[in-house]
Design a binder for this molecule. Structure first.
Ligand SMILES: [Zn+2]
Length: 397
């Protein structure tokens, strides 16, 4: 039993806590829903890299501390593992199939964007997948109204239909978070500049970003990148010539530097064909123009290509001088700044939604593949090892 003084001070303390904090983490003494114990917590959003426990209550991060004494309904033993904010992948094709979201969730991906699988004609298909996904999933509408076509999305310029795209966005504001323009020679042909101009026309009328798929374009890249505004995203930033972001003598093009200065994001978009070649990557990394964000360009076949999963893609630049923490930032806190719906993600800060990825950092001899069958050797590789979504442990398949 508490005596009167203890009771009063406990009541005052609890009232004070209650006044400051939402109900979910008011009762510090109570059991937590889940504690992830003993992992190496790397959270670049707060510059943390240390052995910590992560306590979760009510679907939110309740504490990140050493040796949390409190009890929990469920415990994950994370000793020997990395505990990082849930990963966010902004260039995927997750919504092309109903099983996509569940598959990437196994890789630690707790938020994704389907980057232009569909245009106005069939946008309902990708939105249906996003709507039923267990994690946050959103779509970019392809400015080509028929979506991705084997013969080229906008080779026929009438497919870059501003009116159709605007109607689709107006009806689906909650799920369409931007416009995708694929600009390569075999996708848009000589229409690349006009396709991007139309995509920008659609996006700006809703205050949304455009994501461009760069590389192997007919128009020179400076002409295209000059059309990008603050918040727009260049994916496939490592695309080899013709029209890469780096010149033959290893200098980043001035228009590209200017784009970064005005707030354009540069993203990897690993993919399978034409987007990554180690020599171009080496030149761009050496010039100090590092990606803002990692993304996979994921498809259901990614496990059998050089993509494999987002943790594998995150491992590829460790050999180019990137630290582990810098790599994790590019799949967490950096990505949280790209689309508003992710603004409260990418962090393990107390009060944040409890999306967590558990990773294994293995040491050994690993081979990483570009899109041209060239390999580089690596000494470290990240493997997915577990996912917590909104405070709940996701069973491993
Ligand atoms: Zn793609």
């Amino acid at each position: 039993m508490l005596n009167r003084r203890q009771f009063l001070s406990a009541a005052a303390a609890s009232a004070a806590t209650f006044a400051r904090a939402p109900r979910a983490f008011a009762a510090q003494a109570a059991r937590h829903d889940l504690i992830i114990r003993g992992g190496r917590v790397i959270d670049p959003s707060v510059r943390l890299d240390a052995i910590r426990d992560v306590a979760i209550s009510g679907g939110r991060i309740a504490a990140v501390e050493a040796n949390i004494a409190a009890d929990a309904a469920d415990t994950i033993d994370a000793r020997g593992k990395l505990v990082v904010p849930g990963l966010i992948d902004i260039h995927t094709h997750t919504a092309r199939s109903a099983e996509g979201p569940g598959l990437v969730l196994q890789d630690g991906v707790t938020g994704w964007v389907d980057a232009g699988s569909q245009g106005a004609d069939h946008i309902a298909d990708t939105i249906a997948v996003a709507r039923s996904a267990p994690q946050q999933g959103r779509v970019l509408i392809n400015i080509g109204r028929a979506g991705i076509l084997p013969g080229g999305d906008t080779m026929d310029l009438t497919r870059a239909d501003v009116g159709a795209a605007r109607d689709a966005i107006a009806k689906n504001r909650e799920f369409i978070v931007g416009v995708k323009a694929r600009l390569s020679r075999d996708v848009a042909g000589a229409n690349d500049y006009e396709v991007l101009r139309r995509a920008q026309d659609v996006a700006t009328s809703f205050g949304l970003p455009v994501m461009i798929h760069m590389g192997q374009t007919i128009s020179p890249f400076p002409k295209l990148v000059d059309l990008l505004k603050r918040g727009d995203i260049v994916t496939h930033m490592f695309a080899p010539p013709p029209n890469s972001i780096v010149d033959d003598s290893g200098h980043i093009l001035p228009e590209v530097l200017a784009a970064r200065r005005r707030g354009v994001w540069f993203d990897i978009g690993n993919g399978q064909t034409g987007h990554m070649r180690w020599d171009t990557i080496g030149a761009i990394m050496k010039a100090g123009f590092w990606p803002d964000t990692f993304s996979t360009d994921w498809n259901t076949n990614s496990h059998t290509t050089g993509v494999i999963d987002l943790p594998n893609c995150m491992s590829k630049l460790l050999g180019y001088g990137m630290t582990l923490s810098q790599a994790i930032a590019r799949a967490t806190v950096n990505v949280s700044r790209t689309f508003p719906l992710f603004n409260d993600r990418g962090t393990l800060n107390v009060g944040a939604p409890a999306d967590v990825a558990l990773l294994e950092l293995r040491e050994g001899n690993f081979e990483f593949l570009d899109n041209f069958k060239n390999t580089i050797a690596g000494r470290q590789r990240l493997f997915p090892s577990g996912t917590v979504l909104a405070g709940k442990r996701i069973p491993r398949a």
